[in-house]
Design a protein around this ligand. Structure first.
Ligand SMILES: [Zn+2]
Ligand SMILES: [Zn+2]
Length: 327
């Protein structure tokens, strides 16, 4: 290890003591992160995130940006451990806030493939976009895909996999994650149709030669289901863990499948425990209803793929980014 590699990637002052929560860091930063999750004593920064001597808020943001990620290792339901559950949700909420911030405010230079993104288990490097940066449909699709990839990449189950398994998992999950976030946003805005943050429609209302009913299915079906169930932010976060830790995806090795099933069990038990705590007797029904959202995600993705194939038959896709090219 060179001296730079052995430094803590959070404080950059002390020697790292190895990987903790998925990131190379020192003992003090490791303890800091754990306490922050369990005590949740993170006030906002007095210098709006620009303080010289890092405050607790800024230090915690640094942990989140570096991809520090906590997963309860035990079966939460058996232990009835609510502290672990709320620490897990708190961690995911901050990762999701960062995803939203990057979606709205950042751009990405370059055009990597999913395999290239999967090669390293470090977060993607986004840069702040200038106010006059032209956002068109292609840019929105690209940044939505990349911020979804970046969010998924930080899960511990993704970091446990080898590069090849990580590639397959990300490749078959990130688009579903993207449409799930689009639908949650539509719901939060009280809209029935999926749109990007600036109001651009994800799928056009009319495509020559295609039935309106088919297009409306893509535009509205998932958002309608999320709205009907009134999926909360916490439920969305737990579902994002359960759904995108699928051991049944093609291409994943035997050992990779083992890792994914172990984690999927933990995430599923976290969701069930959340439902039981929040909804008491109707908890089990709520749990089943929430899991059923995955079918709607899958159906929507299949319809979009069909639309995409139709469009590419009609003419070669212009400047399609590499993360969307499936071979
Ligand atoms: Zn440190
Ligand atoms: Zn600060």
């Amino acid at each position: 290890m060179s001296s730079e590699e052995s430094m803590c990637s959070i404080c950059n002052v002390r020697e790292s003591s190895g990987f903790s929560y998925g990131v190379l860091c020192c003992g003090a930063c490791k303890m800091f992160f754990r306490r922050a999750l369990f005590v949740k004593n993170i006030d906002t920064c007095r210098q709006k995130g620009e303080c010289i001597k890092k405050c607790r808020y800024c230090r915690f943001q640094k942990c989140i940006q570096a991809g520090m990620s906590y997963t309860p290792t035990e079966n939460l339901l058996e232990l009835k451990n609510n502290d672990s559950l709320s620490a897990f949700i708190f961690n995911l909420a901050h990762q999701d806030e960062l995803r939203k911030y990057q979606l709205m405010n950042c751009r990405y230079d370059g055009d990597p493939t999913v395999a290239e993104i999967a090669e390293h288990n470090t977060p993607l490097n986004f840069t702040k976009k200038p106010d006059d940066f032209p956002m068109n449909l292609g840019e929105w699709i690209f940044i939505t895909g990349l911020t979804s990839l970046n969010y998924l990449k930080k899960f511990n189950h993704v970091n446990m996999l080898n590069a090849s398994d990580r590639h397959f998992l990300l490749k078959y999950s990130f688009f579903d994650m993207s449409i799930f976030t689009d639908s949650m946003r539509a719901c939060e805005k009280g809209e029935g149709v999926i749109t990007f943050p600036d109001g651009t429609e994800v799928i056009r209302a009319e495509v020559p030669g295609l039935e309106q009913k088919f297009l409306n299915g893509i535009r509205c079906r998932l958002a309608a289901r999320v709205n009907e169930l009134k999926v909360t932010k916490e439920e969305f976060l737990l579902l994002s863990a359960v759904f995108f830790c699928n051991p049944g995806l093609p291409g994943i090795s035997e050992s990779g499948r083992g890792i994914l099933s172990t984690y999927q069990k933990i995430y599923t038990s976290a969701l069930l425990q959340y439902c039981l705590l929040t909804y008491q007797q109707t908890g089990p029904t709520r749990f089943t209803d929430l899991l059923s959202v995955l079918q709607v995600v899958t159906k929507t993705r299949q319809d979009i793929s069909y639309l995409f194939i139709l469009n590419s038959i009609r003419g070669p896709p212009s400047a399609l980014k590499k993360i969307f090219i499936f071979r």
